[in-house]
Design a binder for this molecule. Structure first.
Ligand SMILES: [Zn+2]
Length: 326
């Protein structure tokens, strides 16, 4: 890779980040806050955007050098001396104070080339309280030449004191066509990419969990569910199959998301273009009235919450099967 390409989607967010880099290259650092929080669900390109932005901030030609300059190539290779990335260490489940301190130490040094020093914390939501407090010192007394980007799936995982010192950019879900295009660029066939994108709910990471086998399994699961709902299959048999699955938590989540998709679709917010034959189910759902749909959505959320609290999965889903109408 010679240079980190501009990520797909997030038009406004990327445009504002680019504008700051262009201004910096022109000698103005107005608006270039020293601390940023990029949040949004996993798999929408937050980390990639942070690396891409680092390229723009460090490159004298704002990432438009041709061929790619040394700086752009070093960032793409992950070895630029002024761009420091930290993530959860392989043998750990969180980012601890040792990682934070190493980051701060690197960010306290003057940049070796033009442009700021840039620290990117991947999975910032996994920083321990101590690690976050250590970073807080940098946020309170920034050295002037450092920019730090905290990348978190859930902004709520950051301490309020950290959050309040950051400029917050919220990354929305990717469009289905964007997810499909990214999957194709990663080597999936167009057909499989479209099918995986349709159930990815805007996340490339989620789409990647659906290989051809996973897609077929999902389809079979949802059909069995619909058949049980319509009285064409025994509810208990479907439940038994579900609960017996090794990853039943995942399968149950799929069902709830599916039920929610139907409701959203009926409310006129058609978020998916599902493949046949499930499209027919959605069509049938489209005639329901709004009040019933809202009630339905509430019921699904209740079931999701109940399952998160480790309620009896079998009972919760049985209740959903018996009581939802769409
Ligand atoms: Zn360059």
């Amino acid at each position: 890779m010679s240079r980190i390409a501009q990520p797909l989607g997030h038009g406004d967010v990327l445009a504002s980040l680019r504008a700051l880099a262009v201004a910096l290259a022109g000698g103005s650092d107005r608006g270039l806050h020293h601390a940023w929080l990029f949040s949004g669900q996993r798999g929408v390109g937050k980390f990639l955007t942070a690396r891409w932005w680092a390229t723009l901030l460090k490159c004298p030609q704002v990432g438009e050098c041709e061929p790619a300059c040394d700086g752009c190539r070093l960032i793409a290779a992950g070895v630029h001396p002024d761009v420091v990335e930290i993530a959860i260490p392989e043998d750990k489940r969180s980012i601890g104070i040792a990682e934070s301190r190493a980051l701060l130490q690197r960010l306290s040094l003057r940049p070796t080339r033009s442009g700021p020093r840039i620290g990117i914390v991947r999975d910032a939501g996994a920083m321990t309280i101590d690690a976050q407090n250590a970073v807080l010192k940098l946020l309170e007394e920034p050295p002037g030449f450092a920019v730090i980007v905290l990348v978190a799936d859930n902004a709520g995982a950051m301490l309020p004191t950290v959050r309040s010192r950051c400029r917050h950019l919220a990354f929305g879900d990717l469009a289905e066509s964007e997810v499909a295009a990214i999957l194709v660029s990663l080597g999936r066939s167009a057909e499989e990419a479209a099918a995986a994108a349709a159930c990815a709910r805007g996340s490339v990471a989620r789409a990647q969990t659906y290989d051809a086998e996973g897609l077929a399994e999902r389809e079979a699961l949802l059909l069995a569910y619909e058949q049980a709902r319509n009285g064409q299959a025994d509810i208990d048999a479907v439940l038994q199959a579900l609960v017996a699955r090794k990853e039943s938590g995942y399968a149950l989540g799929e069902l709830l998301e599916w039920q929610l998709t139907k409701v959203k679709s009926s409310l006129g917010n058609r978020v998916h273009e599902p493949s046949e034959p499930l499209a027919r189910v959605l069509e049938a759902a489209a005639g329901a009235d709004t009040a019933a749909l809202l009630e339905e959505a509430g019921r699904i959320h209740w079931t999701m919450t109940a399952l998160e609290r480790n309620a009896n999965a079998r009972l919760a889903i049985r209740d959903l099967l018996l009581n939802v109408r769409i």
